[in-house]
Design a protein around this ligand. Sequence first.
Ligand code: NDP
Ligand code: 8X3
Length: 251
Amino acid sequence: MSKIALITGATSGIGEAAALTLAGNKMNLIITGRRHDRLSILKNKLEERNVRVLTLCFDVRDELAVKEALGNLPEEWRQIDVLLNNAGLAAGLGPIQEGDSDDWNRMIDTNLKGLLYVTRAVAPGMVERKSGHIINIGSVAGKEVYPNGNIYCATKHAVDALTKAMRIDMLPHNIKVTQICPGAVETEFSLVRFHGDQSRAEIVYKGYESLVADDIADCIWFVVSRPSHVNINDMVVMPTAQASATLFHKE
Ligand code: NDP
Ligand code: 8X3
């Protein structure tokens, strides 16, 4: 029987690319996000690859909505084999003393609490079946802090810590826990970070060859497709032209 993967944040960037790659490898998919129109378009594309697709439209920050969506899955969707905790964002880039608490709350509530709510809803089924794989999308920002990255870096450092903690908790239950930490990937990430300012977002990816979402989707498929006795704990993936969170070789 084909396996089932649940992807948070499948409406764009890394999550969307992961959905297409996993479907290409015959996984059935539960795709989630807040933008219903995009979920519908993606569902059609995925179904062309002859897999089953369920769309669930909810905000990961809304604990009740997460519980309702994932606690009432149709019977044939309950056995989730892979949970890809991908939904996340940066909001703003500036010094702590000028920070906007709305931005802080969005990042903490999405990157951290959202990941927790979804994991809390999915992990018990994995524990019961003694089988499953949780993959958290961290970041180079969870390995280093960089100027003006304060709260985003803090949330991704927390994802790094939580991934290690989850691996310990899941150990007796035969559940794999992996973190994938990308450097710069050209997606809608910077557009969101700069509150829709296209020209600021474009500068982030100028003068060097950044990663694209498919590069991370390839890594996701690599970790998913290892034999059952092999777990990739942590993967840090950068563009060749990036050596650290702040050091780029630009033309
Ligand atoms: P995108 O902005 O392209 O995609 C983000 C996805 O997250 C969207 O599908 C969005 O869906 C979803 N999302 C955001 N907020 C919520 C929410 N409250 N509830 C549900 N879904 C939400 O960015 P990326 O693909 O680049 O980002 C994916 C992950 O990768 C994030 O965790 C990010 O931190 C991480 N990352 C990105 C890097 C990069 O350089 N791009 C580098 C390192 C890590 P919708 O808006 O429809 O809800
Ligand atoms: C996204 C990469 O360097 O903008 O997590 O924080 S960075």
